[in-house]
Design a protein around this ligand. Structure first.
Ligand SMILES: Cc1ncc(COP(=O)(O)O)c(C=O)c1O
Length: 456
């Protein structure tokens, strides 16, 4: 196919999408020079129609733990389709859901002995709100400041950042957030005994890859137990070996009452979500024969998602990707710290396993402070987006900044990432940060971006 034809196709594909789906999304990607057409995605590698190789350091926000289109998961799905088995019958017992629930609960351990399946993380959060209310007979739901739990109305009610909430209210009443890490603030709220659940990410991802102080989660759990509030972990990003263990909870010596999983659970190929919970919580919802189907969802337990989940667990475990995540995370973290330590704009490199973040900070030198503040006034995310744009355009690495903290670059490659790819990434980030530390090209790029944003 000639380059001209490829370009024409991209044009028409983007134009159709802009006309029929979301024109602003196309505008934004074009502004950031990231509107490429991906043709073949395997492992951590994405190939575009123009022959560019992009290495994925975002994993679709922790979806692609086993890498893109893992052949084992693809084969399992093909076989599931070919066997013409029961799918979406709705009035049957879904064997595969039982099998997947069994394997998930065994790995999760503790109180987590039942599963409810959903089709997304938000739907899992919604289910956990309902189950917590049913079990405790309380209405309130507590969450942590700057969390990300999803954009349906219930999940959104648990997110404090205005950007997501604005224009969509009124949201769910009796929801409140407390600072992540503050046991005093948590106890002050829990004391009211109004809260059914404290729903919290064990490591806050979009807030800036915030790893809690040792003991915070254990003490938060103890407080929840004292005041009759369920301790619920949103492991939509942190689960499925992303941080090295099956659940991030396993690093912190806690036994949550419920855990929400989604994203990586089905190998990045089929929408899925799951809420793991205790038998008592589950029984409080399905409490009698007439209530056997009181909380369901059409695509819950669908055979493709369940089959993909089983195959994904096989890959994660047979290939020891939990251990790989720990080792690779340590290697990458050390290399990033060594490469970036000297730059005043780099505040910290942190994370657990392959869920990492590089936090930037405002420069102190006046010659850098002036452009930094000028562009920050245009949009708070400007600095981070230029880092993302340069890593993509100039070095072929796909990254993003955290959704609720634009000063943190998320580093979350598929768990199958190779050492050589991590070495190249470290070199690229170092080069981009070097550029940001000189007043020239980096900042004129910002000017170009600002101009394009206002022109288009
Ligand atoms: C921690 C966390 N919880 C919940 C969600 C919502 O998941 P979904 O987008 O599948 O609805 C997300 C999405 O990014 C998330 O990061």
């Amino acid at each position: 196919m000639s380059t001209a034809t490829q370009f024409a196709e991209l044009q028409s594909g983007s134009e159709r999408y802009a006309a029929r789906v979301n024109p602003q999304w196309v505008r934004l990607l074009e502004l950031l020079e990231m509107n490429v057409r991906y043709e073949r995605c395997t492992g951590a590698e994405l190939l575009t129609s123009e022959g560019k190789r992009v290495v994925d350091f975002l994993s679709g926000y922790c979806v692609h733990n086993v890498g893109h289109n893992h052949p084992y998961v693809v084969r399992a799905l093909q076989e599931e389709l070919q066997r013409s088995g029961p799918a979406m019958i709705q009035t049957h017992v879904a064997d595969l859901a039982g099998e997947l629930a069994d394997r998930l609960c065994q790995r999760a351990g503790g109180r987590l002995r039942r599963a409810f399946f959903a089709s997304s993380g938000s739907e899992g959060v919604e289910a956990s709100i309902k189950f917590a209310r049913a079990y405790t007979r309380r209405a309130g739901i507590l969450a942590a400041d700057h969390a990300f739990h999803g954009l349906t109305c219930g999940a959104l009610s648990l997110m404090s950042d205005d950007f997501w909430r604005q224009g969509f209210g009124p949201l769910l009443p009796e929801t409140k957030t407390v600072p992540f890490g503050s046991l005093d603030a948590l106890e002050r709220e829990l004391k009211s005994k109004k809260f059914a659940a404290y729903i919290v990410e064990p490591i806050q991802s979009e807030a800036g890859v915030c790893v809690p102080a040792a003991g915070y989660l254990r003490d938060a759990q103890a407080l929840c137990r004292r005041y009759g509030t369920l301790f619920v972990l949103d492991e939509v990003q942190t689960g499925m070996y992303r941080t090295g263990r099956f659940l991030a909870a396993h690093h912190f010596d806690v036994e949550p009452d419920m855990v929400i999983l989604a994203k990586a659970l089905s190998g990045g190929l089929v929408p899925v979500g799951a809420v793991l919970m205790s038998e008592e919580i589950c029984d409080s919802v399905y409490s009698s024969l007439p209530r056997a189907f009181v909380h369901t969802s059409t695509f819950s337990e669908n055979s493709l998602a369940m089959r993909a989940g089983l195959a994904t667990l096989d890959v994660l475990e047979n290939d020891n990707l939990g251990r790989r995540s720990m080792e690779a995370g340590e290697y990458l973290g050390n290399r990033l710290r060594a490469a970036l330590g000297e730059f005043e704009m780099v505040k910290e490199v942190r994370g657990v396993g392959l869920l990492m973040g590089i936090e930037f900070q405002a420069p102190k030198q006046l010659r850098l402070r002036l452009p930094y503040e000028a562009f920050g006034a245009v949009h708070a995310g400007m600095f981070g987006q230029i880092v993302v744009m340069r890593l993509f355009r100039d070095f072929g690495f796909l990254t993003q900044v955290c959704g609720n903290n634009f000063m943190v670059l998320k580093v979350a490659p598929p768990l199958v990432i190779q050492d050589a790819e991590m070495d190249a990434f470290v070199g690229a980030v170092q080069r981009v940060v070097e550029l940001a530390n000189s007043p020239g090209a980096f900042w004129s790029e910002a000017l170009g971006l600002a101009r394009r944003a206002f022109r288009s």
